[in-house]
Design a protein around this ligand. Structure first.
Ligand SMILES: [Zn+2]
Ligand SMILES: [Zn+2]
Length: 316
C-alpha cells in the first residue's frame, strides 16, 4: 500500500477539487437556457455577451421593443402614453435602471407617446430620432422642446450610423431619401445583427420606403422581421418579404384595434412564405433569446388570423 505524506495528500485533495470544479463549470457552460422559468433571474443572468435578448412588450396598439446584450440595453419605441405603466413595471421587475440607446422610429403617438414621461422616470444615455419638420403634432413639438431644454443627448438618425451592445450591432439602413408627407415613412429602419442572426426593424415604413431599399440593392435578408406598421397592408410588400426572407415575424398590436391590424393580406403573405408569426395581441409579451446562430422564443407561436378574425375568435 502506498503511503502518502501530509503534503502529498493535500496536493491530491486540491487536484481532486480542481477536477470536480472543472467538470462542474463545463456542465454549467453547456446547459441550455431554460425557457420554462424565463423571468427575472434568467433575464438578468443572460444579459451576457453570448445572448441578445429581445423583448416585444405587450403595450397594446403600438411598438415597444427592448434589446439587451452584454449588460447594455437599447429600446426601440415606447408605445402610447397608456404604455408607460406597463413599461415602468417591467423595468422595475427586471431591475432595469438605465437605457443606453433609445431609438424613436417616427413621431406617431403609438411609438413615442410615452417618451415625455418615460424620460422623467428612467435615465436614457442617447436618444436617436429622425429629423422631421413637417406634419408633426403639438405633442411632438413639446417633446422635442423638452429634450432640448433638459439637455438630453439627442442624435439625428443617419443612414450608416452604427450602435453597439457588446457584439450586437444596430445599423441604421433607412430611409434613404427625404420621405414623403407620410410620417410613417420617416421611420428609422434598422438592422440588428448578432453573429449570423439578423433582425430587421422598419417601424411603420410603407411600401414606398421598402421599394427604395430594394432598389438600392441593400442586403435586407434577416432571420427575424419586425413587421412594418403592425401588419397594415401599406407595408410588407411581396417583393420586400421575399428579399428579407425571414423565418420569423414579430407583430405588435392590440386585440380589436380600430385599424384592423394585422390585415388579412399581410397574414396570408406571411403564411404563404412559411414565416412563423409571434404577435402581442395573441401571445402577449414575446421574449426572444438569440444566440449567434439561433433563436428561441419563450411563448407559443401565433396564428395567421387578421386582427378582426382574432377578435371574433376570442369573443366567440
Ligand atoms: Zn406610424
Ligand atoms: Zn405605429
Amino acid at each position: 500500500m502506498i503511503t502518502l505524506s501530509k503534503r502529498q495528500k493535500r496536493i491530491l485533495i486540491i487536484l481532486l477539487i480542481a477536477v470536480v470544479l472543472f467538470f462542474l463549470i463545463q456542465k454549467l457552460a453547456e446547459s441550455e437556457p431554460t425557457t420554462v422559468s424565463f423571468g427575472n433571474i434568467y433575464y438578468v443572468d443572460s444579459a451576457d455577451s453570448e445572448h441578445l435578448l429581445v423583448t416585444m412588450l405587450d403595450i397594446g396598439q403600438g411598438d415597444a421593443f427592448l434589446l439587451e446584450c452584454n449588460g447594455k440595453l437599447a429600446m426601440v419605441d415606447c408605445g402610447p402614453p397608456e404604455a408607460l405603466e406597463t413599461i415602468l413595471s417591467y423595468f422595475d421587475v427586471h431591475g432595469i435602471k438605465k437605457i443606453d440607446y433609445f431609438f424613436g422610429t417616427h413621431p406617431h403617438d403609438d411609438h413615442l407617446g410615452s417618451l415625455s414621461e418615460l424620460i422623467d422616470n428612467i435615465e436614457i444615455e442617447t436618444i436617436v430620432i429622425p429629423e422631421v419638420t413637417v406634419n408633426v403634432s403639438p405633442w411632438y413639438t413639446d417633446l422635442t422642446e423638452k429634450l432640448a431644454d433638459e439637455d438630453y443627448y439627442v442624435e439625428i438618425a443617419s443612414v450608416g450610423n452604427r450602435y453597439f451592445l457588446g457584439d450586437t450591432v444596430i445599423e441604421i439602413i433607412g430611409p434613404l431619401s427625404e420621405p414623403s408627407e407620410d410620417l410613417n415613412d420617416y421611420s428609422i429602419v434598422m438592422k440588428v445583427s448578432f453573429g449570423e442572426m439578423d433582425l430587421l426593424m422598419t417601424g411603420d415604413a410603407t411600401t414606398s420606403v421598402e421599394k427604395e431599399l430594394l432598389n438600392a440593392n441593400i442586403n435586407l435578408e434577416a432571420k427575424i422581421l419586425k413587421v412594418g406598421h403592425h401588419g397594415s397592408k401599406t407595408s410588407t410588400s411581396a417583393k420586400f418579404l421575399k428579399a428579407v426572407n425571414p423565418d420569423y415575424a414579430l407583430i405588435s398590436c392590440k386585440v380589436g384595434n380600430r385599424y384592423k391590424h394585422p390585415t388579412k393580406e399581410v397574414m396570408d403573405r406571411l403564411f404563404e412564405n412559411n414565416v412563423t408569426v409571434y404577435r402581442t395581441d395573441e401571445c402577449g409579451t414575446v421574449h426572444l433569446i438569440i444566440t449567434k446562430t439561433d433563436v428561441t422564443f419563450c411563448v407559443e407561436e401565433g396564428d395567421y388570423l387578421s386582427g378582426p378574425e382574432l377578435e371574433e375568435k376570442l369573443n366567440g
